[in-house]
Design a protein around this ligand. Sequence first.
Ligand SMILES: *[C@@H]1O[C@H](CO)[C@@H](O)[C@H](O)[C@H]1NC(C)=O
Ligand SMILES: *[C@@H]1O[C@H](CO)[C@@H](O)[C@H](O)[C@H]1NC(C)=O
Ligand SMILES: *[C@@H]1O[C@H](CO)[C@@H](O)[C@H](O)[C@H]1NC(C)=O
Ligand SMILES: *[C@@H]1O[C@H](CO)[C@@H](O)[C@H](O)[C@H]1NC(C)=O
Ligand SMILES: *[C@@H]1O[C@H](CO)[C@@H](O)[C@H](O)[C@H]1NC(C)=O
Length: 244
Amino acid sequence: MRKRLISFFFLSIFFLLHCSSTIAQAPVPAPAGPDNITAILEKGGQFTSFIRLLKSTQNADQINAQLNNSNQGLTIFAPTDNAFNNLKPGTLNSLSDQQKVQLVQYHILPTMLSMPQFQTVTNPLRTQAGDTGSGEFPLNITSSGNQVNISTGVVDATVANTMYTDSKLAVYQVDQVLLPLQLFGSSQAPAPAPSTPEKGSTPKASPAGGTADANTSSGMKLDSHGLPMVSVGFAVLLAICLQL
Ligand SMILES: *[C@@H]1O[C@H](CO)[C@@H](O)[C@H](O)[C@H]1NC(C)=O
Ligand SMILES: *[C@@H]1O[C@H](CO)[C@@H](O)[C@H](O)[C@H]1NC(C)=O
Ligand SMILES: *[C@@H]1O[C@H](CO)[C@@H](O)[C@H](O)[C@H]1NC(C)=O
Ligand SMILES: *[C@@H]1O[C@H](CO)[C@@H](O)[C@H](O)[C@H]1NC(C)=O
Ligand SMILES: *[C@@H]1O[C@H](CO)[C@@H](O)[C@H](O)[C@H]1NC(C)=O
């Protein structure tokens, strides 16, 4: 019995060490320095149109500066290249420079909203484009579980994926360009693309370790006495490890 306790003890130590080392390396993609929206979107690989628009309107610099300076954070809805390609030809060209700025800012909320927080927002939501006038450029969000819908009054979009989150910034992939009612009265609405939500977004999939654990521990039950205890302890530690 004593021997088993000792082995359990060492197993625990081993696991805790292993745990803390993975914690130290793994989860937070802590970038050295402030957030860089361009870099985040470039990593996504399918946002060249949105990046171009962010740059040409000087919004990229403004976003980075704002993230560095404010503590409210930002939420950014990033439409894919596919979404831009689905716009009626000439949609962007019909806008003035000022309107392009407004279009980009319409994709930005002046607070950081996590996926669960979407369920408690009060519609209509203020966007960055509406900063200068109350009631301007709002959008509506309805959410249930992992599904988040955005309605502008012109388009209904879906959040397809969580691309990035930290304490200040959340970036979500959306399947359509969010066209504000103020710029695109109903007549200008583009043909609604058959929206196939690309993927059910699961921001934090729990590691699929559950079944393997069950097998491991049942395999250990061969021994009559001590080993089950060890395996239970092992499973608990593993659970703690995975939770963290
Ligand atoms: C942000 O990232 C882009 C692309 O990786 C890079 O060109 C730019 O210099 C970065 N900006 C800052 C302020 O680091
Ligand atoms: C971020 O903020 C700090 C402190 O306010 C400032 O020193 C730094 O220059 C800022 N960096 C950028 C990229 O704006
Ligand atoms: C989101 O929109 C889809 C149709 O596009 C609808 O089936 C679904 O119920 C909506 N979900 C929420 C939470 O509003
Ligand atoms: C947004 O929500 C508000 C409040 O529920 C509602 O009055 C308004 O009609 C909605 N607008 C759109 C475009 O869905
Ligand atoms: C668990 O073990 C059993 C028999 O040892 C095996 O048939 C089964 O595929 C294993 N399941 C998993 C998830 O490894």
